[in-house]
Design a protein around this ligand. Sequence first.
Ligand code: B12
Ligand code: SF4
Length: 510
Amino acid sequence: MRVLLVHPSPLMYSEIYLRLEPLGLERVAAAVRAAGHDVRLVDLQIFKHADLFREIESFRPDAVGFSLNYLANVPEVVDLARETRRRRPEALIFAGGHSVSFIAPETLDHAAGALDCIVRGEGEAITPRLLEARGDRRLESLPGVVTRHGAGPAPTLLDDLDRFPPARDFTRRRRKYFIGVLDPCASAELTRGCPWDCSFCSAWTFYSRSYRKASPEAAAEDLARIAEPNVFLVDDVAFVHPEHGFAIGAEIERRGIRKQYYLETRCDVLLRNREVFAYWKHLGLRYMFLGLEAIDEETLKAHRKRITPNDNFRALEVARELDLTVAVNIIADPDWDERRFALVREWALSVPEIVHLTVTTPYPGTEIWFTDSRRLTSLDYRLFDVQHAVVPTRLPLQQFYEELVRTQGVINRKHLGWAALRGAAGIVLPQLVRGQTNFLKSLWKFNRVYNAERQLGDHARPVTYAMRPPATLGGPRPRPADLYIHAPSNGAARDARATVTPTQGTPASH
Ligand code: B12
Ligand code: SF4
Protein backbone atom coordinates (compact mmCIF):
# COMPACT_ATOMS: atom_id res chain seq x y z
CA MET A 1 0.00 0.00 0.00
CA ARG A 2 1.21 3.55 -0.68
CA VAL A 3 1.26 5.49 2.60
CA LEU A 4 1.89 9.21 2.97
CA LEU A 5 2.71 10.63 6.41
CA VAL A 6 2.45 14.38 7.03
CA HIS A 7 3.77 16.69 9.77
CA PRO A 8 1.97 20.09 9.97
CA SER A 9 3.49 23.59 9.83
CA PRO A 10 5.60 25.15 12.61
CA LEU A 11 4.10 27.25 15.39
CA MET A 12 5.18 30.72 16.46
CA TYR A 13 7.98 29.68 18.82
CA SER A 14 9.67 27.54 16.20
CA GLU A 15 9.95 30.46 13.83
CA ILE A 16 12.95 31.77 15.73
CA TYR A 17 14.85 29.32 17.80
CA LEU A 18 14.52 25.95 16.19
CA ARG A 19 13.06 23.57 13.66
CA LEU A 20 13.36 19.88 14.46
CA GLU A 21 12.72 16.67 12.63
CA PRO A 22 9.38 14.90 13.22
CA LEU A 23 10.82 12.01 15.19
CA GLY A 24 7.49 10.43 16.16
CA LEU A 25 6.36 10.35 12.57
CA GLU A 26 9.71 8.87 11.49
CA ARG A 27 9.20 6.05 13.98
CA VAL A 28 5.68 5.41 12.70
CA ALA A 29 7.14 5.48 9.17
CA ALA A 30 9.73 2.85 10.18
CA ALA A 31 7.00 0.54 11.50
CA VAL A 32 4.87 0.99 8.38
CA ARG A 33 7.83 0.29 6.10
CA ALA A 34 8.71 -2.82 8.13
CA ALA A 35 5.16 -4.06 7.43
CA GLY A 36 5.98 -3.91 3.71
CA HIS A 37 4.36 -0.65 2.64
CA ASP A 38 5.68 2.02 0.31
CA VAL A 39 6.07 5.14 2.52
CA ARG A 40 6.70 8.84 1.96
CA LEU A 41 6.85 11.66 4.47
CA VAL A 42 6.19 15.38 3.99
CA ASP A 43 7.24 17.82 6.72
CA LEU A 44 5.32 21.09 6.40
CA GLN A 45 7.76 22.78 8.77
CA ILE A 46 9.92 22.86 5.65
CA PHE A 47 7.63 22.28 2.67
CA LYS A 48 4.53 24.22 1.59
CA HIS A 49 0.92 23.03 1.31
CA ALA A 50 1.33 23.18 -2.47
CA ASP A 51 4.22 20.69 -2.20
CA LEU A 52 1.99 18.33 -0.22
CA PHE A 53 -0.77 18.50 -2.81
CA ARG A 54 1.76 17.85 -5.58
CA GLU A 55 2.96 14.81 -3.63
CA ILE A 56 -0.61 13.55 -3.27
CA GLU A 57 -1.16 13.90 -7.03
CA SER A 58 2.07 12.14 -8.02
CA PHE A 59 2.29 9.46 -5.30
CA ARG A 60 -1.47 8.73 -5.23
CA PRO A 61 -1.42 7.37 -1.66
CA ASP A 62 -3.90 4.73 -0.48
CA ALA A 63 -3.53 6.02 3.07
CA VAL A 64 -2.61 9.43 4.49
CA GLY A 65 -1.70 9.92 8.17
CA PHE A 66 -1.33 13.34 9.81
CA SER A 67 0.72 14.00 12.94
CA LEU A 68 -1.09 16.12 15.52
CA ASN A 69 1.18 16.57 18.51
CA TYR A 70 0.20 20.22 18.90
CA LEU A 71 -3.26 21.50 19.65
CA ALA A 72 -2.58 24.69 17.71
CA ASN A 73 -2.23 22.63 14.51
CA VAL A 74 -5.75 21.15 14.68
CA PRO A 75 -7.45 23.59 12.24
CA GLU A 76 -4.63 23.21 9.70
CA VAL A 77 -4.77 19.41 9.83
CA VAL A 78 -8.59 19.33 9.59
CA ASP A 79 -8.43 21.55 6.50
CA LEU A 80 -5.64 19.44 4.99
CA ALA A 81 -7.64 16.26 5.64
CA ARG A 82 -10.64 17.78 3.86
CA GLU A 83 -8.51 18.74 0.86
CA THR A 84 -6.89 15.29 0.84
CA ARG A 85 -10.32 13.63 0.90
CA ARG A 86 -11.37 15.76 -2.09
CA ARG A 87 -8.31 14.59 -4.03
CA ARG A 88 -8.26 10.95 -2.81
CA PRO A 89 -11.88 10.05 -1.94
CA GLU A 90 -11.06 6.37 -1.40
CA ALA A 91 -7.96 6.81 0.75
CA LEU A 92 -7.80 5.91 4.43
CA ILE A 93 -7.20 9.28 6.11
CA PHE A 94 -6.26 9.40 9.78
CA ALA A 95 -4.46 11.45 12.41
CA GLY A 96 -2.43 10.53 15.48
CA GLY A 97 -0.08 12.10 17.99
CA HIS A 98 0.03 13.69 21.43
CA SER A 99 -2.71 16.35 21.44
CA VAL A 100 -5.22 14.68 19.18
CA SER A 101 -5.19 11.66 21.50
CA PHE A 102 -6.99 13.79 24.10
CA ILE A 103 -9.58 15.27 21.73
CA ALA A 104 -10.37 12.51 19.25
CA PRO A 105 -14.20 12.79 19.02
CA GLU A 106 -14.26 16.58 18.56
CA THR A 107 -11.56 16.42 15.87
CA LEU A 108 -13.57 13.78 13.97
CA ASP A 109 -16.62 16.04 14.21
CA HIS A 110 -14.69 19.02 12.78
CA ALA A 111 -13.47 16.88 9.91
CA ALA A 112 -17.03 15.78 9.08
CA GLY A 113 -15.95 12.54 7.44
CA ALA A 114 -12.65 13.76 6.00
CA LEU A 115 -10.83 11.82 8.75
CA ASP A 116 -11.72 8.13 8.96
CA CYS A 117 -10.25 7.76 12.42
CA ILE A 118 -7.94 9.06 15.10
CA VAL A 119 -5.17 6.89 16.51
CA ARG A 120 -4.73 7.57 20.23
CA GLY A 121 -1.35 6.93 21.87
CA GLU A 122 1.85 5.58 20.37
CA GLY A 123 1.69 4.90 16.66
CA GLU A 124 4.35 2.27 15.99
CA ALA A 125 2.47 -0.91 16.84
CA ILE A 126 -1.03 0.06 15.81
CA THR A 127 -0.54 1.88 12.49
CA PRO A 128 0.43 -1.24 10.49
CA ARG A 129 -2.62 -3.01 11.95
CA LEU A 130 -4.82 -0.07 11.00
CA LEU A 131 -3.54 -0.16 7.41
CA GLU A 132 -4.23 -3.86 7.27
CA ALA A 133 -7.80 -3.19 8.38
CA ARG A 134 -8.38 -0.56 5.69
CA GLY A 135 -11.84 -1.01 4.22
CA ASP A 136 -13.03 -2.78 7.34
CA ARG A 137 -16.17 -1.11 8.66
CA ARG A 138 -15.17 -1.71 12.26
CA LEU A 139 -11.83 0.10 12.52
CA GLU A 140 -12.88 1.20 16.00
CA SER A 141 -12.41 -2.32 17.33
CA LEU A 142 -8.60 -1.76 17.22
CA PRO A 143 -6.82 -0.58 20.41
CA GLY A 144 -6.58 3.21 20.52
CA VAL A 145 -8.57 3.73 17.32
CA VAL A 146 -11.52 6.14 17.47
CA THR A 147 -14.05 6.62 14.66
CA ARG A 148 -17.30 8.54 14.57
CA HIS A 149 -19.02 5.29 15.51
CA GLY A 150 -17.06 4.48 18.63
CA ALA A 151 -13.72 3.86 20.30
CA GLY A 152 -11.59 0.74 20.60
CA PRO A 153 -9.93 -0.47 23.82
CA ALA A 154 -7.20 1.67 25.41
CA PRO A 155 -3.93 1.65 23.46
CA THR A 156 -1.12 -0.44 24.88
CA LEU A 157 2.45 0.76 25.43
CA LEU A 158 5.12 -0.36 23.01
CA ASP A 159 6.87 -3.28 24.70
CA ASP A 160 10.34 -2.43 23.44
CA LEU A 161 11.64 1.05 22.52
CA ASP A 162 14.44 -0.51 20.46
CA ARG A 163 12.00 -1.62 17.80
CA PHE A 164 11.43 0.77 14.90
CA PRO A 165 14.31 3.25 15.19
CA PRO A 166 13.41 6.48 13.39
CA ALA A 167 13.50 6.25 9.59
CA ARG A 168 15.42 9.51 9.07
CA ASP A 169 15.93 8.69 5.40
CA PHE A 170 12.30 9.75 4.77
CA THR A 171 12.92 13.40 5.73
CA ARG A 172 14.21 15.61 2.96
CA ARG A 173 16.18 18.88 3.16
CA ARG A 174 17.46 17.89 6.57
CA ARG A 175 19.84 20.85 6.63
CA LYS A 176 16.82 22.92 7.68
CA TYR A 177 16.67 21.19 11.09
CA PHE A 178 18.49 23.17 13.78
CA ILE A 179 18.29 24.48 17.34
CA GLY A 180 20.20 27.68 18.15
CA VAL A 181 23.84 27.29 17.26
CA LEU A 182 23.42 23.52 16.80
CA ASP A 183 22.89 23.96 13.09
CA PRO A 184 22.18 21.48 11.50
CA CYS A 185 20.73 19.25 14.21
CA ALA A 186 19.08 15.81 14.25
CA SER A 187 16.89 14.40 17.05
CA ALA A 188 17.02 11.15 19.01
CA GLU A 189 15.15 9.51 21.87
CA LEU A 190 16.84 7.65 24.74
CA THR A 191 13.84 7.29 27.05
CA ARG A 192 10.11 7.85 26.78
CA GLY A 193 7.68 9.22 29.36
CA CYS A 194 7.88 11.00 32.71
CA PRO A 195 7.15 9.69 36.21
CA TRP A 196 6.35 13.13 37.69
CA ASP A 197 2.89 14.68 37.50
CA CYS A 198 3.03 18.46 37.10
CA SER A 199 -0.46 19.91 36.98
CA PHE A 200 0.06 21.92 33.76
CA CYS A 201 1.65 19.09 31.73
CA SER A 202 0.25 16.25 29.65
CA ALA A 203 3.49 14.31 29.10
CA TRP A 204 2.73 12.12 32.13
CA THR A 205 -0.96 11.65 31.38
CA PHE A 206 -0.22 10.48 27.82
CA TYR A 207 2.18 7.75 28.99
CA SER A 208 0.39 7.02 32.29
CA ARG A 209 3.47 8.11 34.29
CA SER A 210 5.55 5.34 32.79
CA TYR A 211 9.24 5.77 31.98
CA ARG A 212 10.81 3.42 29.44
CA LYS A 213 14.38 3.18 28.26
CA ALA A 214 16.01 2.19 25.00
CA SER A 215 18.78 -0.35 25.52
CA PRO A 216 22.21 1.35 25.66
CA GLU A 217 23.29 -0.57 22.54
CA ALA A 218 20.25 0.44 20.48
CA ALA A 219 20.45 4.05 21.67
CA ALA A 220 24.12 4.31 20.67
CA GLU A 221 23.46 2.49 17.42
CA ASP A 222 20.81 5.06 16.55
CA LEU A 223 23.17 7.95 17.38
CA ALA A 224 25.84 6.33 15.21
CA ARG A 225 23.44 6.33 12.25
CA ILE A 226 22.95 10.12 12.48
CA ALA A 227 24.84 12.08 9.85
CA GLU A 228 24.46 15.51 11.50
CA PRO A 229 27.12 16.71 13.98
CA ASN A 230 24.51 17.82 16.53
CA VAL A 231 21.69 15.96 18.31
CA PHE A 232 18.60 17.17 20.19
CA LEU A 233 17.61 14.53 22.75
CA VAL A 234 13.81 14.70 22.92
CA ASP A 235 13.40 12.90 26.28
CA ASP A 236 11.06 14.73 28.65
CA VAL A 237 13.51 14.34 31.56
CA ALA A 238 17.00 13.16 30.65
CA PHE A 239 18.97 10.81 32.91
CA VAL A 240 16.38 10.09 35.59
CA HIS A 241 18.28 6.82 35.97
CA PRO A 242 21.97 7.79 35.88
CA GLU A 243 23.18 4.24 35.25
CA HIS A 244 21.29 4.29 31.95
CA GLY A 245 23.06 7.53 30.93
CA PHE A 246 26.44 6.03 31.87
CA ALA A 247 25.73 2.83 29.94
CA ILE A 248 24.76 4.73 26.78
CA GLY A 249 27.84 6.90 27.23
CA ALA A 250 30.07 3.82 27.39
CA GLU A 251 28.55 2.57 24.12
CA ILE A 252 29.09 6.00 22.55
CA GLU A 253 32.75 5.93 23.56
CA ARG A 254 33.17 2.35 22.37
CA ARG A 255 31.87 3.36 18.94
CA GLY A 256 33.89 6.61 18.89
CA ILE A 257 30.79 8.75 18.22
CA ARG A 258 31.51 12.50 18.43
CA LYS A 259 28.48 14.79 18.50
CA GLN A 260 27.27 17.86 20.35
CA TYR A 261 24.10 17.34 22.35
CA TYR A 262 21.13 19.33 23.66
CA LEU A 263 18.90 17.82 26.33
CA GLU A 264 16.12 18.70 28.73
CA THR A 265 15.89 17.70 32.38
CA ARG A 266 14.63 18.66 35.82
CA CYS A 267 16.68 20.64 38.32
CA ASP A 268 16.43 17.96 41.02
CA VAL A 269 17.60 15.29 38.57
CA LEU A 270 20.64 17.42 37.75
CA LEU A 271 21.39 17.91 41.44
CA ARG A 272 20.99 14.23 42.24
CA ASN A 273 22.80 12.86 39.19
CA ARG A 274 25.42 15.52 38.58
CA GLU A 275 28.10 12.94 37.64
CA VAL A 276 26.22 11.60 34.64
CA PHE A 277 25.79 15.13 33.26
CA ALA A 278 29.49 15.81 33.84
CA TYR A 279 30.27 12.60 31.94
CA TRP A 280 28.03 13.67 29.07
CA LYS A 281 29.72 17.06 29.02
CA HIS A 282 32.87 15.11 28.25
CA LEU A 283 30.94 13.24 25.51
CA GLY A 284 29.77 16.49 23.88
CA LEU A 285 26.78 17.77 25.89
CA ARG A 286 26.64 21.47 25.27
CA TYR A 287 23.13 22.78 25.91
CA MET A 288 20.67 21.97 28.61
CA PHE A 289 17.09 23.08 29.11
CA LEU A 290 15.82 23.16 32.68
CA GLY A 291 12.10 23.46 33.39
CA LEU A 292 12.31 25.98 36.24
CA GLU A 293 8.72 27.21 35.68
CA ALA A 294 8.68 29.62 38.66
CA ILE A 295 11.01 31.45 41.01
CA ASP A 296 8.75 31.39 44.06
CA GLU A 297 7.69 28.54 46.34
CA GLU A 298 3.96 29.14 46.15
CA THR A 299 3.78 28.90 42.35
CA LEU A 300 6.01 25.82 42.26
CA LYS A 301 3.57 24.17 44.66
CA ALA A 302 0.60 25.18 42.53
CA HIS A 303 2.30 23.55 39.50
CA ARG A 304 3.05 20.49 41.65
CA LYS A 305 6.68 20.70 40.52
CA ARG A 306 7.85 18.94 43.72
CA ILE A 307 10.92 21.13 44.04
CA THR A 308 11.93 24.25 46.00
CA PRO A 309 13.26 27.52 44.51
CA ASN A 310 16.46 26.89 46.44
CA ASP A 311 17.05 23.57 44.67
CA ASN A 312 16.28 25.21 41.34
CA PHE A 313 18.91 27.88 41.96
CA ARG A 314 21.42 25.29 43.19
CA ALA A 315 20.90 23.36 39.96
CA LEU A 316 21.71 26.49 37.94
CA GLU A 317 24.96 26.74 39.91
CA VAL A 318 25.78 23.13 39.06
CA ALA A 319 25.08 23.69 35.37
CA ARG A 320 27.37 26.74 35.42
CA GLU A 321 30.10 24.74 37.14
CA LEU A 322 29.79 22.13 34.41
CA ASP A 323 30.17 24.95 31.89
CA LEU A 324 26.95 24.11 30.05
CA THR A 325 24.88 26.68 28.19
CA VAL A 326 21.54 26.62 29.95
CA ALA A 327 18.07 27.75 28.93
CA VAL A 328 15.32 27.85 31.53
CA ASN A 329 11.59 28.26 31.26
CA ILE A 330 9.35 30.43 33.39
CA ILE A 331 5.57 30.14 33.09
CA ALA A 332 3.93 33.59 32.90
CA ASP A 333 0.47 33.53 34.41
CA PRO A 334 -2.25 35.68 32.83
CA ASP A 335 -2.84 36.93 36.39
CA TRP A 336 0.55 38.68 36.41
CA ASP A 337 0.61 42.46 36.84
CA GLU A 338 3.32 44.94 35.85
CA ARG A 339 5.15 44.41 39.12
CA ARG A 340 5.39 40.67 38.57
CA PHE A 341 6.72 41.08 35.04
CA ALA A 342 9.27 43.60 36.34
CA LEU A 343 10.43 41.13 39.01
CA VAL A 344 10.95 38.39 36.44
CA ARG A 345 12.80 40.79 34.13
CA GLU A 346 15.05 41.80 36.97
CA TRP A 347 15.78 38.19 37.89
CA ALA A 348 16.30 37.12 34.27
CA LEU A 349 18.81 39.89 33.69
CA SER A 350 20.70 38.95 36.82
CA VAL A 351 21.44 35.39 35.64
CA PRO A 352 23.57 34.32 32.67
CA GLU A 353 21.07 31.70 31.48
CA ILE A 354 18.75 32.07 28.49
CA VAL A 355 15.28 32.62 29.98
CA HIS A 356 12.15 31.64 28.05
CA LEU A 357 8.65 32.73 28.97
CA THR A 358 5.61 30.63 28.15
CA VAL A 359 2.02 31.46 29.15
CA THR A 360 -0.04 29.20 31.46
CA THR A 361 -2.35 27.27 29.15
CA PRO A 362 -4.91 24.72 30.28
CA TYR A 363 -4.55 21.98 27.68
CA PRO A 364 -6.87 19.02 27.27
CA GLY A 365 -5.00 16.15 28.92
CA THR A 366 -3.67 18.27 31.77
CA GLU A 367 -5.10 18.44 35.24
CA ILE A 368 -5.60 22.22 35.03
CA TRP A 369 -7.88 21.70 32.04
CA PHE A 370 -10.40 20.48 34.62
CA THR A 371 -9.43 22.33 37.77
CA ASP A 372 -8.67 25.84 36.54
CA SER A 373 -11.79 27.74 37.47
CA ARG A 374 -11.01 30.59 35.09
CA ARG A 375 -13.24 30.69 32.07
CA LEU A 376 -11.51 30.18 28.73
CA THR A 377 -11.52 33.45 26.82
CA SER A 378 -10.93 31.70 23.51
CA LEU A 379 -11.84 28.38 21.95
CA ASP A 380 -9.47 28.93 19.04
CA TYR A 381 -7.02 26.00 18.87
CA ARG A 382 -4.44 28.23 17.22
CA LEU A 383 -4.08 30.28 20.41
CA PHE A 384 -3.26 27.21 22.52
CA ASP A 385 0.48 27.42 21.82
CA VAL A 386 1.72 28.67 25.24
CA GLN A 387 2.44 32.08 23.68
CA HIS A 388 -1.12 33.43 23.91
CA ALA A 389 -3.40 34.05 26.91
CA VAL A 390 -6.53 31.91 26.75
CA VAL A 391 -7.85 32.69 30.25
CA PRO A 392 -8.66 36.21 31.54
CA THR A 393 -5.67 38.47 32.11
CA ARG A 394 -5.44 40.77 35.13
CA LEU A 395 -3.97 43.50 32.92
CA PRO A 396 -5.95 44.55 29.83
CA LEU A 397 -5.01 41.95 27.15
CA GLN A 398 -3.05 44.43 25.03
CA GLN A 399 -1.02 45.50 28.07
CA PHE A 400 -0.42 41.86 29.06
CA TYR A 401 1.08 41.18 25.64
CA GLU A 402 3.11 44.39 25.77
CA GLU A 403 4.58 43.33 29.12
CA LEU A 404 5.16 39.78 27.85
CA VAL A 405 6.90 40.88 24.66
CA ARG A 406 8.87 43.55 26.51
CA THR A 407 10.08 40.98 29.01
CA GLN A 408 10.95 38.49 26.27
CA GLY A 409 12.68 41.29 24.36
CA VAL A 410 14.78 42.45 27.29
CA ILE A 411 15.75 38.87 28.07
CA ASN A 412 16.50 38.01 24.46
CA ARG A 413 18.69 41.02 23.89
CA LYS A 414 21.32 39.01 25.75
CA HIS A 415 21.19 36.18 23.22
CA LEU A 416 20.01 37.51 19.86
CA GLY A 417 21.14 40.18 17.38
CA TRP A 418 24.60 41.70 17.03
CA ALA A 419 25.62 41.02 20.64
CA ALA A 420 24.99 37.30 20.14
CA LEU A 421 26.73 37.33 16.78
CA ARG A 422 29.84 38.85 18.32
CA GLY A 423 29.87 36.09 20.94
CA ALA A 424 29.17 33.36 18.40
CA ALA A 425 31.31 34.50 15.48
CA GLY A 426 33.57 31.47 15.90
CA ILE A 427 30.55 29.24 15.43
CA VAL A 428 28.77 31.16 12.67
CA LEU A 429 31.71 31.47 10.30
CA PRO A 430 32.30 27.71 9.89
CA GLN A 431 28.52 27.28 9.52
CA LEU A 432 28.48 29.85 6.72
CA VAL A 433 31.32 28.06 5.00
CA ARG A 434 29.18 24.91 5.05
CA GLY A 435 26.14 26.87 3.79
CA GLN A 436 24.26 26.54 7.13
CA THR A 437 22.39 29.79 7.79
CA ASN A 438 19.48 28.78 10.06
CA PHE A 439 21.12 30.07 13.23
CA LEU A 440 22.40 33.29 11.68
CA LYS A 441 18.97 34.14 10.28
CA SER A 442 17.31 33.42 13.62
CA LEU A 443 19.29 36.19 15.34
CA TRP A 444 17.20 38.93 13.73
CA LYS A 445 13.76 37.36 13.65
CA PHE A 446 12.66 38.30 17.17
CA ASN A 447 10.84 41.56 16.41
CA ARG A 448 9.03 40.10 13.42
CA VAL A 449 7.77 37.07 15.33
CA TYR A 450 7.18 38.47 18.79
CA ASN A 451 5.12 41.63 18.84
CA ALA A 452 2.15 42.58 20.96
CA GLU A 453 0.08 43.80 17.99
CA ARG A 454 0.45 40.48 16.20
CA GLN A 455 -0.41 38.50 19.31
CA LEU A 456 -3.47 40.65 20.06
CA GLY A 457 -4.50 40.52 16.39
CA ASP A 458 -4.43 36.70 16.53
CA HIS A 459 -7.43 36.85 18.90
CA ALA A 460 -9.52 38.61 16.25
CA ARG A 461 -9.14 35.91 13.58
CA PRO A 462 -12.40 34.18 12.65
CA VAL A 463 -12.70 30.74 14.27
CA THR A 464 -13.86 27.97 11.94
CA TYR A 465 -13.28 25.09 14.34
CA ALA A 466 -14.04 25.80 18.00
CA MET A 467 -12.62 23.70 20.81
CA ARG A 468 -14.96 21.77 23.05
CA PRO A 469 -14.49 23.21 26.56
CA PRO A 470 -14.37 20.86 29.56
CA ALA A 471 -17.80 19.80 30.81
CA THR A 472 -17.12 21.33 34.23
CA LEU A 473 -14.73 24.14 35.04
CA GLY A 474 -13.13 24.47 38.43
CA GLY A 475 -14.27 20.96 39.25
CA PRO A 476 -12.56 18.50 41.59
CA ARG A 477 -9.12 17.13 40.73
CA PRO A 478 -9.66 14.26 38.31
CA ARG A 479 -8.31 10.81 39.19
CA PRO A 480 -5.02 10.27 37.27
CA ALA A 481 -6.42 7.16 35.60
CA ASP A 482 -9.20 9.27 34.09
CA LEU A 483 -6.59 11.42 32.32
CA TYR A 484 -4.43 8.60 30.98
CA ILE A 485 -4.29 7.76 27.29
CA HIS A 486 -2.34 4.53 27.70
CA ALA A 487 -3.34 1.79 30.06
CA PRO A 488 -0.29 1.44 32.33
CA SER A 489 1.62 -1.80 31.78
CA ASN A 490 3.01 -3.55 34.86
CA GLY A 491 6.61 -3.10 33.81
CA ALA A 492 6.15 0.61 33.21
CA ALA A 493 4.44 1.14 36.56
CA ARG A 494 7.29 -0.69 38.29
CA ASP A 495 9.79 1.60 36.56
CA ALA A 496 7.93 4.70 37.70
CA ARG A 497 7.88 3.52 41.33
CA ALA A 498 11.60 2.91 41.25
CA THR A 499 12.16 6.42 39.95
CA VAL A 500 10.26 8.73 42.27
CA THR A 501 11.81 8.95 45.70
CA PRO A 502 9.70 9.35 48.86
CA THR A 503 10.61 13.03 49.25
CA GLN A 504 8.91 13.72 45.95
CA GLY A 505 5.83 11.67 46.79
CA THR A 506 5.06 8.27 45.37
CA PRO A 507 2.67 7.55 42.55
CA ALA A 508 0.41 5.93 45.11
CA SER A 509 -0.08 9.26 46.85
CA HIS A 510 -2.03 10.79 43.96
C1 B12 B 1 10.53 17.18 21.25
C2 B12 B 1 9.40 18.11 21.58
C3 B12 B 1 9.35 19.30 20.90
C4 B12 B 1 10.23 19.60 19.72
C5 B12 B 1 9.38 19.21 18.47
C6 B12 B 1 10.06 18.50 17.38
C7 B12 B 1 9.05 18.15 16.29
N1 B12 B 1 9.20 18.73 15.13
O1 B12 B 1 8.13 17.38 16.48
C8 B12 B 1 10.34 21.14 19.86
C9 B12 B 1 11.45 21.49 20.81
C10 B12 B 1 10.51 21.87 18.55
C11 B12 B 1 9.01 21.44 20.54
C12 B12 B 1 8.42 22.66 20.48
C13 B12 B 1 7.21 22.94 21.05
N2 B12 B 1 6.53 22.16 21.89
CO1 B12 B 1 7.01 20.34 22.23
N3 B12 B 1 7.45 18.66 22.82
C14 B12 B 1 8.41 17.80 22.57
C15 B12 B 1 8.33 16.57 23.46
C16 B12 B 1 9.25 16.81 24.68
C17 B12 B 1 8.69 15.21 22.87
C18 B12 B 1 8.05 14.91 21.51
C19 B12 B 1 8.78 13.79 20.86
O2 B12 B 1 9.52 13.97 19.91
N4 B12 B 1 8.62 12.60 21.41
C20 B12 B 1 9.20 11.39 20.89
C21 B12 B 1 8.39 10.86 19.70
C22 B12 B 1 8.87 9.51 19.30
O3 B12 B 1 7.04 10.77 20.15
P1 B12 B 1 5.82 11.58 19.51
O4 B12 B 1 6.26 12.70 18.70
O5 B12 B 1 4.84 11.85 20.58
O6 B12 B 1 5.19 10.49 18.51
C23 B12 B 1 4.54 9.32 18.96
C24 B12 B 1 3.02 9.48 19.17
O7 B12 B 1 2.63 10.78 19.52
C25 B12 B 1 2.42 8.99 17.91
N5 B12 B 1 2.33 9.86 16.74
C26 B12 B 1 2.92 11.02 16.47
N6 B12 B 1 2.57 11.45 15.24
C27 B12 B 1 1.74 10.53 14.72
C28 B12 B 1 1.10 10.47 13.48
C29 B12 B 1 0.29 9.37 13.18
C30 B12 B 1 -0.38 9.33 11.88
C31 B12 B 1 0.12 8.35 14.16
C32 B12 B 1 -0.76 7.20 13.88
C33 B12 B 1 0.74 8.42 15.40
C34 B12 B 1 1.57 9.51 15.66
O8 B12 B 1 3.30 7.94 17.55
C35 B12 B 1 4.66 8.35 17.80
C36 B12 B 1 5.49 7.14 18.13
O9 B12 B 1 5.01 6.50 19.26
C37 B12 B 1 6.82 16.61 23.86
C38 B12 B 1 6.46 15.94 25.15
C39 B12 B 1 6.05 14.52 24.93
N7 B12 B 1 6.54 13.69 25.74
O10 B12 B 1 5.32 14.19 24.00
C40 B12 B 1 6.56 18.11 23.89
C41 B12 B 1 5.15 18.68 23.60
C42 B12 B 1 4.55 17.87 22.48
N8 B12 B 1 5.42 20.06 23.18
C43 B12 B 1 4.57 20.89 23.64
C44 B12 B 1 4.62 22.30 23.40
C45 B12 B 1 3.64 23.17 24.20
C46 B12 B 1 5.53 22.84 22.49
C47 B12 B 1 5.60 24.30 22.03
C48 B12 B 1 4.26 24.91 21.67
C49 B12 B 1 6.34 25.03 23.14
C50 B12 B 1 6.59 26.50 23.01
N9 B12 B 1 7.34 26.96 23.95
O11 B12 B 1 6.18 27.20 22.16
C51 B12 B 1 6.53 24.23 20.80
C52 B12 B 1 5.77 24.21 19.45
C53 B12 B 1 6.52 23.53 18.35
C54 B12 B 1 5.91 23.56 16.96
N10 B12 B 1 5.03 22.66 16.60
O12 B12 B 1 6.22 24.38 16.16
C55 B12 B 1 3.50 20.19 24.44
C56 B12 B 1 2.23 19.97 23.59
C57 B12 B 1 1.12 20.83 24.03
C58 B12 B 1 -0.12 20.67 23.22
N11 B12 B 1 -1.07 19.99 23.81
O13 B12 B 1 -0.23 21.17 22.11
C59 B12 B 1 4.19 18.89 24.84
C60 B12 B 1 3.24 17.70 25.12
C61 B12 B 1 5.06 19.17 26.10
C62 B12 B 1 4.29 19.36 27.39
N12 B12 B 1 4.90 18.93 28.44
O14 B12 B 1 3.23 19.92 27.51
N13 B12 B 1 8.55 20.38 21.17
S1 SF4 C 1 8.65 16.90 35.02
FE1 SF4 C 1 8.44 17.89 33.00
S2 SF4 C 1 7.64 16.33 31.61
FE2 SF4 C 1 7.37 15.59 33.70
S3 SF4 C 1 5.28 16.14 34.28
FE3 SF4 C 1 6.62 17.82 34.97
S4 SF4 C 1 6.72 19.30 33.27
FE4 SF4 C 1 5.86 17.35 32.46
